[in-house]
Ligand binder design. Structure first.
Ligand code: BGC
Length: 272
């Protein structure tokens, strides 16, 4: 019984259009039950999103004390959102951990969405057993990044916001921009080449893992790129955020049980 409890954690991925979640088997890196997707409320204010997260969790019969990991598309420090690039500005300064813990009655740990996807890829996907500097870049509405040095996450790197042509790179080469501007693969590939060359120059990664929904069409654009680093598609794709958030939640809970600080730059929580 206790074993089963520690093998499972709940993962939730909060995105601009959908909020998805499922219980995760932490040994296999797989969903234990079908995931549920609810539409992100508009406007996506903290209150409205917290209600949707609570509704999603209550659709499952999850054990008391099961940790819940939640991804959020912002810089997260000590459970607090410090930015809001593609979500409602009301999130800035919100203690997301505290809000969701109070609203759901579960122990919630929040993490940047790309960091969560990166954690899952490093543990179960394209980054397994990779050492050195590994970058996971997610191409979606915005562009997210997770940086690992010998398997250890450097949180909140925000490489979608490096400057390219005097503006945030994500405004030039995100997957949403390809759709909005109806760019063909070659044109978008050219923009990705500029972006990844710049990132490669700055960080000299040994491996770049490309995630986000568009990574399932990787054969359309990854072969167009010419880089020194190995560049590969993510393996877990849509589930990466859910799985990574669940993995992190269990790690953070364990660290708190041992009375240590968490791994994601957190302070021990008041509610424990
Ligand atoms: C945000 C990041 C997020 C990324 C992907 C960016 O606009 O600043 O925090 O990881 O989008 O959602």
């Amino acid at each position: 019984m206790a074993k089963a409890k520690h093998r499972t954690a709940f993962g939730i991925d909060i995105g601009g259009s959908g909020i998805k979640g499922a219980p995760v088997d932490l040994k296999k890196g797989d969903l234990v039950a079908d995931r549920i997707r609810l539409t992100t409320p508009q406007p996506s204010t903290p209150d409205a999103v917290a209600d949707t997260v609570a509704e999603l969790i209550s659709s499952y019969d999850i054990a008391d004390g099961m940790p819940v990991g939640v991804t959020f598309p912002a810089v997260i420090q000590n459970g607090v959102a410090l930015t809001a690039a593609n979500v409602d500005d009301a999130w800035i300064g919100t203690d997301v951990d505290a809000l969701l813990t109070e609203r759901t009655g579960h122990d919630v740990f929040v993490v940047n969405d790309a960091d969560a996807a990166g954690i899952a890829e490093m543990e179960f996907g394209a980054g397994r057993r990779s050492s050195g500097v590994v970058l996971v870049i997610t191409l979606g509405t915005g562009v997210g990044s997770a940086m690992f040095v010998d398997g250890k996450l450097v949180p909140n790197t925000e490489l979608g916001h490096v400057l390219l042509h005097d503006d945030d790179a994500e405004k030039y080469m995100a997957s949403s921009i390809r759709e909005k501007e109806d760019l063909d693969w070659e044109t978008w590939g050219g923009r990705l080449q500029e972006y990844f060359s710049h990132i490669e120059f700055l960080f000299s990664p040994t491996k770049i893992i490309v995630g986000g929904g568009i990574s399932k069409k990787h054969e359309k654009f990854l072969p167009l790129l010419d880089l020194k680093a190995e560049i590969v598609p993510a393996k877990l794709r849509n589930e990466a955020g859910i799985i990574g958030a669940a993995v992190l939640a269990r790690k953070e809970q364990k660290a708190l049980e041992k009375g240590e600080e968490g791994t994601e730059d957190k302070k021990p929580k008041k509610h424990k």
